[in-house]
Design a protein around this ligand. Structure first.
Ligand code: HSE
Length: 306
């Protein structure tokens, strides 16, 4: 029996400075979805509350589009569904809202299409659709995930490291920044020397994180050469937030995903004070402490009482 599918899909922060398209961490903000079969001839969407209220109600909906893409990949027909959703993940802010929707769509197609896709297969599909695993992998698995999507083989390989024992502070600007726009700001080539340098910085950052050496990890995180130098002009608050965070003993301040959210890793003793400072300097932004999600997506199937 199909029942009603409930999904709790976490947000994520990608890149962590020097892990462009490869490192991501899940955060405890959620897209929450209920999906059930209807007896209509079409899918119906109900959006509750902020962050989802502008989404379409018809078949242009991203979740519908992705679910149908999965259905055609496996040559199945999905039943028409009623989807109810709410979200505390702001859209187009660099917190993985579209990756959360993508993962939700895959789980919906898997459930109502009776596809029996494993978590591994769902990750492969999610990364293929997204092009990189840095948001979808932590959204599915939780925690801090490092991954590589090989565009030639289509394989995605991932590895985990312990989540850092630090507080995470996010500063979310009031404006949106589309990932496509933020990606257009990037150069298409770099020199071998620059690539060697970036690789050394990233490797050192990961090793330092594994050793819970947050001072060194933070020092490396702030030396990105692959995206932040090209994107920071799109986020006018970035440089000042970084400066203020440094004065509050932060380990590192980076652009969350493609931005415009700015993410700071800071010792637990200083996070509250940092948030209060950021709120006073940037009243138009939302600054808050957000905890790291370690469970990944949570699914529940509820059967009607007979
Ligand atoms: N790694 C991606 C980027 C994350 O920075 O563009 C957003 O999709």
């Amino acid at each position: 029996m199909e029942g009603v599918l409930h999904l709790k899909v976490p947000a994520s922060t990608a890149n962590l400075g020097v892990g462009f398209d490869s490192i991501g961490m899940a955060l405890n903000k959620y897209l929450v979805i209920t999906a059930k079969r209807n007896d209509q001839q079409r899918w119906r969407f109900k959006h509750l509350g902020p962050n989802v209220d502008d989404l379409p109600n018809d078949e242009t909906h991203y979740i519908y589009q992705i679910a149908q893409r999965v259905a055609s990949r496996f040559d199945i027909t999905l039943p028409c569904l009623d989807i109810e959703m709410r979200s505390d993940i702001p859209m187009a802010r660099g917190l993985g809202s579209s990756a959360s929707a993508l993962v939700a769509a895959l789980y919906i197609a898997n459930h109502f299409g009776a596809l029996q896709l494993s978590k591994y297969e769902l990750l492969q599909l999610a990364t293929e659709f997204e092009g990189h695993p840095d948001n979808v992998a932590p959204t599915i698995y939780g925690g801090l995930v490092v991954g590589y999507f090989d565009p030639e083989t289509g394989d995605t390989d991932i590895s985990y490291i312990d989540v850092p024992k630090v507080d995470v502070v996010i500063t979310v600007p009031s404006y949106e920044l589309k990932t496509t726009e933020a990606r257009q700001a990037l150069p298409s080539t770099m020199t071998h020397q620059q690539a060697v340098r970036s690789s050394a910085i990233s490797n050192t950052m990961i090793s330092a994180l594994i050793q819970h050496n947050y001072t060194l990890a933070g020092k490396m995180m702030e030396q990105d050469q692959l995206h932040e130098p090209y994107r920071q002009s799109l986020i006018p608050e970035f440089a000042e937030i970084k400066q203020l965070a440094r004065s509050s003993h932060a380990y590192a301040t980076v652009i969350s995903g493609a931005g415009p959210t700015v993410l700071t890793l800071v010792h637990q003793a200083y996070s509250g004070e940092l948030v209060r400072t950021l709120r006073s300097y940037f009243p138009a932004c939302t600054s808050e402490i957000v905890t790291i999600n370690e469970s990944g997506i949570v699914t529940e199937i509820v059967y009607p009482a007979s």
